[in-house]
Design a protein around this ligand. Structure first.
Ligand SMILES: *Cc1c(COP(=O)(O)O)cnc(C)c1O
Length: 364
């Protein structure tokens, strides 16, 4: 089976993790935690980075740091992995779903303003599958209506929007190091921000709001959270990050091979890269249009029968029981893209021969 997306471990992972075990620095304090935060911040060119246990925790931490909660509404895509929507509910706020673009599959910024009310507090642009949301437009709307922007950049590490890394454009940005993401720590996440005050508050909230008194006792002024990543996982993150430029290069090269081999197949619509954007193609995806000879779900089955793992696009979150009554705009593009989209094998280590094999199957 050619897998959908598996991790690539080929650097100093073993060495750094062994060092943690050998020195007993395994838990949430340690030099690799600090190093991972610093290295990650410099890689995405953000002033601050705060590690978390996973990407979902980073999203929740961002919302709590910005004070989003009970009675607030947050605008988010419905075509997304469910994490950002769950995080909105964790803090007691209400998600409001906006439609996506037909060509990039991410939030359609032109449809945001219609959904804004006096309760709207934040927007969460999710850069799904790697393509950046139109952040110029999102930031303009946010400024006009005094809203916070939390980027869910968990699927877009390596993607650029107008010379800035996705995740560093809004007030806060979130990343994930789950096993299927561009780099992995097994489980892990990162919150980035250029705002010193927000960074301090996020770190404080994520470490149980712990203040150490003169006699060594712990004092807690408010409710805190245990969102910290342990040193042993941060060690893996440091090693992964050493190879991230190569991973990004590989991903983009794989996408260009896919594009070349699929481009003249009737009914297969290719992913795009809008002007001013660099797409990391985290999961290389296409849409299966009317003119293709079978539908998306049949294609998934045929690929599977031939040893190729693929996945349908996210089922829209507004169709899930916990969120089916939430407010949303017209969802016609979301519903169509969700029905037509398919993610193809996209591991960093995928072989060119495998890509040819997959493309030949699609052609057949
Ligand atoms: C992976 C992912 C997350 C975070 O996932 P974790 O498993 O919690 O690290 C959040 N949002 C999106 C869109 C994702 O794909």
């Amino acid at each position: 089976m050619i897998p959908l997306c598996i991790p690539e471990v080929k650097g100093n992972e073993w060495k750094y993790i062994k060092e943690c075990l050998d020195t007993n620095w395994v838990s949430s304090v340690g030099s690799y935690v600090d190093k991972f935060e610093n290295d990650f911040a410099s890689f995405v060119k953000s002033k601050n980075a705060i590690v978390t246990m996973n990407g979902t925790a980073a999203l929740e931490l961002a919302l709590r740091t910005l004070g989003v909660g009970e009675g607030d509404e947050v605008i988010v895509s419905s075509l997304t992995f469910i994490s950002p929507v769950n995080a909105i509910r964790y803090v007691g706020a209400e998600p409001v779903f906006v439609d996506v673009c037909r060509d990039t599959w991410v939030m359609d910024a032109d449809k945001i303003e219609d959904l804004i009310t006096t309760k709207t507090k934040a927007i969460i642009p999710v850069h799904i599958y790697g393509h950046p949301v139109d952040m110029d437009k999102v930031m303009e709307i946010a400024k006009k209506h005094n809203l916070f922007v939390i980027e869910d950049a968990t699927e877009s590490l390596g993607s650029i929007h107008k010379d800035k890394a996705t995740g560093t454009i809004g007030h806060m940005g979130c990343f994930s190091f789950n096993g299927n993401k561009l780099i992995t720590t097994g489980a892990g996440g990162m919150l980035v921000t250029n705002d010193e005050e927000l960074s301090r508050k996020a770190k404080y909230l994520s470490t149980q709001t712990k203040t150490v008194l003169e006699n060594g006792a712990f004092y807690h002024e408010e409710i805190g959270y245990n969102f910290r990543m342990p040193n042993v996982l941060a060690a893996m993150g440091c090693a992964q990050l050493e190879n991230v430029d190569e991973y990004i290069k590989d991903k983009r090269e794989h996408a260009s091979i896919y594009n070349k081999l699929l481009k003249d197949i009737k009914g297969i619509r290719l992913p795009i890269e809008k002007e001013g954007c660099k797409n990391v193609y985290w999961l290389y995806s296409v849409t299966v249009e009317e003119e293709y000879y079978i539908d998306r779900d049949k294609l998934i089955k045929k690929l599977k029968d031939n040893g190729v793992d693929s996945r349908p696009f996210f089922m829209p979150v507004h169709k899930m029981p916990p969120y089916k009554d939430c407010r949303h705009g017209d969802m016609s593009v979301t519903d169509e893209v969700a029905m037509r989209g398919i993610n193809l094998p996209s591991s960093v280590g995928i072989k060119t021969d495998d890509i040819s094999f997959i493309c030949n199957l699609l052609r057949k």
